[in-house]
Design a protein around this ligand. Sequence first.
Ligand SMILES: *Cc1c(COP(=O)(O)O)cnc(C)c1O
Length: 372
Amino acid sequence: MIKFLELDVINQQYRSELIEACAKVIDSGWYIAGQELKAFEEEFTDYCGSKHCIGVANGLDALILTLRAWKELGKLEEGDEVIVPANTYIASILAITENRLKAVLVEPNPQTYNICPDSIRSAITDKTKVIVAVHLYGRLAPMPEIMSIAKEYDLLVLEDSAQAHGAHIDGKKAGNWGHASGFSFYPGKNLGALGDAGAITTNDDSLANTVRALGNYGSHKKYENIYQGLNSRLDEMQAAILRVKLRHLSLETARRQEIAIRYAQSIDNPLILQPIAKGASISELQSHVFHLYVVRCGERDVLQEYLAKAGIQTLIHYPIPPHKQQAYKTWNDDSYPATEKIHSEALSLPISPVMSDMDVKNVIDACNSFRL
Ligand SMILES: *Cc1c(COP(=O)(O)O)cnc(C)c1O
């Protein structure tokens, strides 16, 4: 059986380093806001190329706290409009509605699955204040175009980089394009902790200060509270684990890209639509970090069943679009045809950095022999 993602096998590669890192934390007697967090924040800042990194409890909190900080700084108020792709994981949208801001959903480009600059332009109104740019599946949203729209209309840009650690355009990485960026280190993400964790990156000093306080009861100084904050912190144990995992991230990313390049070059079946154009250059492929390798098929469920019979586990990201969820009942009758089509056709092939070349070949052969 070729598993979709083997987290146990991935983490076993670093077992002794991880145990050593955890032992150091246990023995230190200091478990929240200590040296490990400080070191991880510096190392992740270096990795992304941004000025600040603030560790928080998870990726959703990273997005929530950033929008909340912009409210505290007077840049946003309740009811302001936030443009966000309809085709995203629901967390991108929950962060907006949690702050009582109005989410304005826009359609993606069906080739890249990411938000489309033309649809952003047509969604802008007098109340628009923010664009949330989600780097879905590990490929950057079209950031040069998004940043120029933001400049033209004086909008803030929040990157949702939860799936895109290290993805870049012309060498400039996720987390360093917008006014702020939220990362998740959920175990299955490209940089995964052994529990929940997240971070915000930004080049803006006052935003960095504000989110740091908001995640710590609204306080910079113990027992002095400036904001009605919350408790959202990246603890020392997860920070120590992430420092180990970050050292190996580039190699894991390179392996994901190697697998993706083989899929892109060798899966050749008119029933299966590739996420990458056939003639894509190696450098284009290497700007994408392939959190997921999502193909499309009109008969997606039949393909999934066929691959399962061939011993290949696949997953669907995601089966129900946010606007069709019960959580957003008032949107259920709205129509986003490109988003709905992607949701009905998407299938994620295994792209685990610990897959063998033989596993990769078996996935390719099974895809190529699929017939209706
Ligand atoms: C995983 C994810 C999040 C949320 O991260 P958590 O750490 O699970 O809270 C947000 N946005 C996207 C696109 C994600 O994939």
